[in-house]
Design a binder for this molecule. Sequence first.
Ligand SMILES: Cc1cc2nc3c(=O)[nH]c(=O)nc-3n(C[C@H](O)[C@H](O)[C@H](O)COP(=O)(O)O)c2cc1C
Length: 383
Amino acid sequence: MSELFSPITVRGVTFPNRVVVSPLCMYSAVEGMAQPWHFAHLSTFARGKAGLVFAEATAVEAIGRITPNCLGIWSDAHADVLKPITAFIEDMGCVPGIQLAHAGRKASTSAPFLGGKPLEANDPQSWPTVGPSAIQTAANFPVPHALSIDEIHTLTDTFVAAAKRSVDAGFKVIELHGAHGYLLHSFLSPISNQRDDEYGGSIEGRMRLSLEIASAVRKAVGDDMPLFFRISAVDGMEGGWTMDDSVMLSKALGEHGIDVVDCSSGGVSGAPRFRTDDDGKPLTTSSARTPGFQVPYATRIKNETDLKSMAVGVIIDPQQAEEIASSGQADFIALGREIMHNPFWPLHAARALGADQEFDLWPKQYKWAVDRRSQIAPLSKPA
Ligand SMILES: Cc1cc2nc3c(=O)[nH]c(=O)nc-3n(C[C@H](O)[C@H](O)[C@H](O)COP(=O)(O)O)c2cc1C
């Protein structure tokens, strides 16, 4: 019996298995609009039968894009072009999810495959960035405009409008992006938030924006929709956000309508001074990126709150994924780079774990033919 491939229900949605396609920016939208690439990319994972397929960080407003080619959902037309994608994912028996995001002071950069640097101010594609305080992400980033209280309040409405459009587009799960140094994370972390009003200062002040948005989105989408929140569990920087802060935030998020905490880490600064483990000990680059290195964050959230948690980060091996699920270290297992490398990872993992018969995962269009593969004559070797 595989736990990884067992269904799981959160509120009104039953996921066929616990494998999740982590949000993966494709930097391939035009004016925020999904293109044929997005259909091809996301539908492949549905054919691969991941239980939950997340669309990439999708900007709630144009200045919230990371790059000029990031996906957006700031108009009804943006939602409309996403409909065939969500319909196909559902047709495959999988659950379509969307990550709603605002890049904040890390916006207006070029795609990684174009250099991944902040756009020059005189670049016609660039735009001024915003953040909690006028503090750069790193020396080569522009100084963001520090949002006023009125502008902060407007942001909540902007997230709510995007959430309503996401429901209209057919998404069954929404994740709020509160990680990687983007806007919500930049409010949480004392490194980037040095405000002295009600949206800064104490941890309660720094959490306020995330909690207000979570509450407002919950109210807008109703009780049936699962809401995920991605955190950077630790900043990995001296004086930064810690795992204890993440536990406190997660408990509060639970009281504001969030069901699942997706545990990533880092990103608050473009130039981290050093990375640390949970106890503040410096990590070497190699120890920081070993398989499942972020799982302990998800386990702590699961153990110390009433919420479910999602693990992500260098999870490649099916046995390891199964172990994380079956030993209760996390409820959902998200894959990024490995599932891009092998979009049919769930099908192959299920076969490796002996679970594919039990759960009959393969799409019927492929199954009958793939099952007869053994009848194909082997390549004859030259004598
Ligand atoms: C190409 C690429 C795009 C990504 N885009 C996003 C994104 O849109 N939102 C997000 O929260 N994380 C994003 N990430 C991080 C992944 O979701 C994931 O957390 C990270 O890659 C670690 O998982 P992995 O080791 O399985 O790749 C991205 C990562 C990659 C490689």
